[in-house]
Design a protein around this ligand. Structure first.
Ligand code: AMP
Length: 285
């Protein structure tokens, strides 16, 4: 596997592949990789001739007081996992390589101006999706992939990237991949490493509430409030949990819905101790 640290290295390698007529898949990540990330690499390997993963903790998507400095990092382990899953190149740039103005700052952003990035996670993380769109847009320009792979785990991010690709005419196919979970249901996340043993147990309320919502919809419940109230009551039974949001939104626009009709995203963010975890499901009715 090629380890590229500069934009120039990525460009020249991708140019070679494209000359040979090979298709290129991109899997953007912030590193500290686990089986969730590996499932995206596997899907990219299935669908593309060559696979590039990016491994970069992107400063522009972290707000003040968030975990930019403490975000877990283990590049050697990441390389091992990527290589085992057949990734051809990892792009691991410095902050200055990605943001030449220095200190992870930029004056040029990609930002969706309507409500979409201000719903759900955007309520408490107002600059988050502007940073995500900007870094993903840069990665698209650097790697010029045919396809890019994102996890349903970050459902709002996936919807926003699809919108960005449509609005800015990126000729890139966005592939969404299902949430990978631990055996007991907890959605895999790099941030799970922050949890103490007790918090790890408490964190199960998220996936339990998601399963509860899926079952209620399967049993015929169509009133979003009834479902969200049941989820809220379940999470509130756990003293270590503090709800950021539990919402039902349109799967494309992220606007709140009252009725479960068509493609609905039921999504939640909950603090377990000081760790903010997210989970979600898509329901169709
Ligand atoms: P991150 O490194 O957290 O920025 O995630 C990089 C990509 O991996 C994103 O597209 C995530 O949605 C995806 N991802 C993270 N965790 C999971 C998971 N448990 N299952 C599926 N995809 C995931």
């Amino acid at each position: 596997m090629i380890i590229a640290k500069t934009v120039a290295e990525v460009r020249s390698q991708v140019r070679e592949w494209k000359k040979e007529g090979l298709t290129v898949g991109l899997v953007p990540t912030m590193g500290y990789l686990h089986e969730g990330h590996a499932s995206l690499i596997d899907e990219a390997v299935r669908q593309c001739d060559r696979v590039v993963a990016s491994d970069f903790v992107n400063p522009t998507q972290f707000g003040p007081g968030e975990d930019l400095e403490s975000y877990p990092r283990d590049f050697d382990h990441d390389c091992q996992l990527l290589e085992e899953h057949g990734c051809n190149m990892v792009f691991h740039p410095s902050v200055d390589e990605m943001y030449p103005d220095g200190n992870g700052k930029t004056d040029t952003y990609i930002e969706i101006l309507d409500d979409m990035p201000r719903q759900l996670c955007g309520k408490t993380r107002p600059i988050h999706f502007r940073g995500v769109c900007t870094v993903v847009g840069k990665l698209f320009n650097i790697v010029t992939p045919d396809k890019a792979f994102f996890g349903q785990k970050d459902a709002q991010q996936l919807a926003i990237i699809r919108r960005m690709v449509r609005d800015l005419s990126y000729g890139i196919e966005i592939v969404g991949c299902p949430i990978v979970r631990e055996n007991d249901g907890l959605a895999k996340s790099s941030r799970n490493t922050y949890l103490s043993e007790d918090e790890r147990k408490a964190a199960l309320v998220l996936s339990q509430a998601i399963r509860m919502a899926e079952k209620m919809v399967a049993d015929g419940e169509r009133d979003a409030k009834v479902i969200l109230d049941a989820m809220t009551a379940h999470v509130e039974k756990e003293p270590k949990a503090k709800i950021d949001y539990i919402s039902a939104v349109d799967g494309v626009t992220m606007a709140n819905v009252d009725k479960i009709e068509g493609n609905v995203l039921i999504a939640m963010a909950v603090y377990i101790g000081s760790t903010r975890l997210i989970d979600n499901c898509i329901v169709n009715a």
